[in-house]
Design a binder for this molecule. Structure first.
Ligand SMILES: [Zn+2]
Length: 154
């Protein structure tokens, strides 16, 4: 599949049956570099159908990306797959000669980011529970006032 940094479609190319576009969009457009919770080296896979209607241009389709997310509980990085199954947008007439679909996909993908991240999809991930358990089992250092007095060697 072709990889793009932008998806710009010339509306002249859209025939009576519509125009299907698919490919890979560089995930750099997501601009998530400042968010330590998310990262990805993968590209966004997209399949879009553009159809001319009386009232405008209908864009529908799907997009997918594998995203590395940091678990809110144990800070382990896990891969989450974001599938957008129902991209749906109407650009009302007058339709420009060129439409840039990059922003459309970007917005939909970012809105699909998980709000709460758990490495095993439960509320409190197992790693976290294990971590809490070990903390609990740590022996509490005993403070015996007499031993401490001994230590002072009075
Ligand atoms: Zn976790």
């Amino acid at each position: 599949m072709d990889k793009h940094t932008k998806i710009v479609i010339s509306t002249d190319e859209i025939g009576v049956d519509g125009l299907q576009v698919e490919g890979l969009l560089d995930s750099a457009c997501l601009d998530i570099g400042n968010d330590p919770r998310f990262s990805t080296e993968k590209d966004i896979e997209y399949t879009l159908l553009l159809q001319m209607l009386d009232g405008g241009l209908l864009i529908s389709g799907t997009a997918f990306i594998a995203l590395n997310c940091v678990c809110d509980n144990c800070l382990v990085t896990v891969e989450k797959k974001i599938h957008l199954e129902e991209i749906y947008q109407l650009i009302e007439a007058p339709i420009p000669r060129e439409v840039d679909l990059t922003e459309l996909i970007r917005e939909d993908i970012v809105m699909g980011f998980p709000f709460k991240i758990s490495c095993d999809d439960s509320d409190n991930c197992e790693n976290y529970l294990a971590l809490v358990e070990t903390e609990d089992k740590k022996p509490v250092p005993e403070k015996n006032p007499w031993t401490e007095l001994d230590n002072l060697k009075l």
